[in-house]
Design a protein around this ligand. Sequence first.
Ligand code: A3P
Length: 346
Amino acid sequence: MSNVLINFHSTNTTSMAITQFNEVVAEEEKLSHECKQLLLSLPKEKGWRTPHLYLYQNFWCQPTEIQAIMSFQKHFQAKESDIVLASIPKSGTTWLKALAFAIVNRKPSAISKNHPLESSNPHDLVPFFEYKLYANDQLPDLSTMTEPRLFGTHVPFASLPNSIVKSNCRIVYICRNPFDTFVSIWHFLNKIKPRSSPSVSLEEAFEMYCNGVIGFGPFWTHMLGYWKESIEKPDKVLFLKYEDMKGDLSFQLKKLAKFLGSPFSVEEERKGVIEKIAKLCSFESMKQLEVNKSGKSIKNFENKNLFRKAEVGDWVNYFSPLMVDKLSKLMEEKLGGSGLSFRVFH
Ligand code: A3P
């Protein structure tokens, strides 16, 4: 890891870019001795936002995330009533967090005016273990959280702390077709990377994605871990698909509410509570909120970049026939026979 912090005096834009790069390097310099030692032993590949991604417990991850995940694995104690929302990045995590929060915290038979989701980003209401709670070598005080506690994570199933796996707490996984997920990641990472680094071309990014070298990837291992558990233990893991939610959100919300132990009553259905939740959490509503147009609810990520197009099938605007062929074959090879399949067109 480089010890060199770059000093540069030039245009404002360039020096801002160098500052961002320095920040990333400085963050890595602050890692614990234990984490730095571990990194020395891990396979690494070129990263997008950070100089490298490391292969930690069979998934690719940034150094600061690895330190936070180690702490999460060591210290987190799940409660039976906890709800963990899991995903691989760009699968609809923000949407799922908003929906689950609105379901769990709904007032009897109504969605209140001045709802917290109108003034807070979902990532503030449902914190990530690895980006917020256990970030920066801190140990969070979770005793003040109201129950059921809602958490978010991108950590693969196989690397979740024992207490989550063994307790009766519930996990909801949201999955999205890899074609659209890839396009979403490519846009997102090029927006958040330090301006000093060159943009990653679609072709180069696609190679990395297909090689599994993407945050928390390979995507197939991540999806299959939660998929298999959802089949073996359907009361423990609910597996949702982004495309199904775009297709029939009411149906998926009923399923989600029931799984979370908070099914909609006939009265609530009659009063349109499901539709109100759907509207409150819709892409169109959330994207125009001031709180989602500014600020950084997750360190280094501007909230506005969490909302782009939210379409099923946007990949057709980016994929060449060769890319379609390659990703289709890869999905067949990695996911074939698992029963996991996706709708890829609108
Ligand atoms: P696109 O880049 O295809 O537009 P995540 O929340 O896991 O980072 O996923 C981001 C993707 O979900 C982005 O997809 C984003 O636009 C989309 N998204 C964000 N909020 C959404 C919402 N309320 N409903 C549906 N999709 C949403």
